[in-house]
Write a protein that binds this ligand. Structure first.
Ligand code: SER
Length: 309
């Protein structure tokens, strides 16, 4: 049985469906702190900081894998630094401890471009650069990666992780992140609204289409253990663009679309993050290849959002 934490979140909603399709709905247990719509599906409420509840679910459902997605993201985390640390770190440690002591054999932990900041090149950020983050979320991901590495080294826990760029998809909305604009912009464009962009027009960030991101998770988790040589977290690359560039890509399909720039505190976070990641190790170790670029993603997003699906 696969247990997913944060199943109601941006990645969780889509990953839950993908795993249900791949392994069967009876083999996937979505959990979240809030109830949601999980048609024809198992579901349990879980606050990831409650280790007793996590252990109870693992025992009751005979869980063998955990995809631990629950976390507070970069922008929201800045208004609540200590609770963000408690949730992000407490949740991960509960999951890792469960993997050490129960039937759980494998763990997925999403890390982020937010681990990077000062003292590292931001143009083609290397896999093993300095990790000096500018947000509490980033600090929790740096520490989280180190805990994953430690549990792998010391207790032989099979924990695997990806440093995700901003993720863009039509099935779900992000909440509280810095890269959220790149999803919101498509919704505004399809509704014919002027988009108020909180990132400055030339600020590039690394991004990935949801379909590629989900495939990356599944390929990483299904790879032979001996191919997973990075036990902190793999840089994952796909595309890189600025608000100006995504606007142009949208205008190629919807020529009347307009953006107004109103940068806020999130622009400063974006400026501390890489423009693009060097993901050579993911490519070499387990064969990572992205399929979508800005243009093909834009066409697919507009097609699906335009149809209301
Ligand atoms: N998408 C996340 C954020 O913006 C980064 O991992 O917080």
């Amino acid at each position: 049985m696969i247990l997913i934490t944060g199943a109601g979140g941006q990645i969780g909603q889509v990953l839950t469906k993908a795993l249900q399709k791949r392994y069967g709905a009876s083999q996937v247990l979505p959990t979240d702190i809030r109830a949601g719509s999980y048609d024809n599906s198992l579901f349990e409420i879980l606050d990831v900081t409650d280790s007793a509840r996590l252990l109870e679910l693992i025992e009751r459902y005979k869980v063998t894998e955990i995809y631990h997605l629950a976390a507070v993201l970069s922008a929201r985390g800045e208004s609540h630094p200590i609770p963000t640390w408690d949730i992000n770190m407490g949740g991960l440690l509960n999951v890792l401890e469960a993997a050490r002591t129960t039937s759980v054999e494998k763990v997925f932990f999403p890390s982020s471009i937010a681990v990077y900041g000062e003292e590292v090149p931001l143009e083609f950020t290397p896999q093993f650069g300095a990790l000096i983050p500018s947000t509490v979320y980033g600090i929790s991901k740096v520490a989280g990666e180190s805990w994953c590495h430690y549990y792998s080294l010391k207790y032989d826990v099979d924990v695997r992780s990806l440093r995700f760029p901003g993720i863009i998809g039509y099935e779900s909305l992000p909440g509280g992140g810095t890269t959220d604009y790149a999803v919101e912009i498509y919704h505004a464009a399809v509704k014919g609204e002027v988009f108020r962009c909180y990132i400055s027009e030339d600020e590039k960030m690394p991004m990935i289409y949801m379909k590629d991101a989900i495939r990356a998770v599944i390929e990483l988790m299904e790879a032979q253990a001996e191919h997973i040589k990075v036990r902190t977290s793999y840089n994952l690359g796909a595309m890189s663009f600025s608000p100006k560039e995504i606007t142009r890509a949208i205008q190629a399909v919807l020529p009347d679309f307009k953006v107004r720039y109103e940068p806020d505190f999130r622009d400063k976070i974006a400026k501390s993050w890489p423009d693009q990641l060097d993901d050579q190790r993911a490519r070499e170790d387990w064969g990572w290849r992205p399929e979508y670029d800005l243009q093909s993603m834009t066409e697919d997003m507009i097609l699906h959002l335009g149809k209301g699906v």
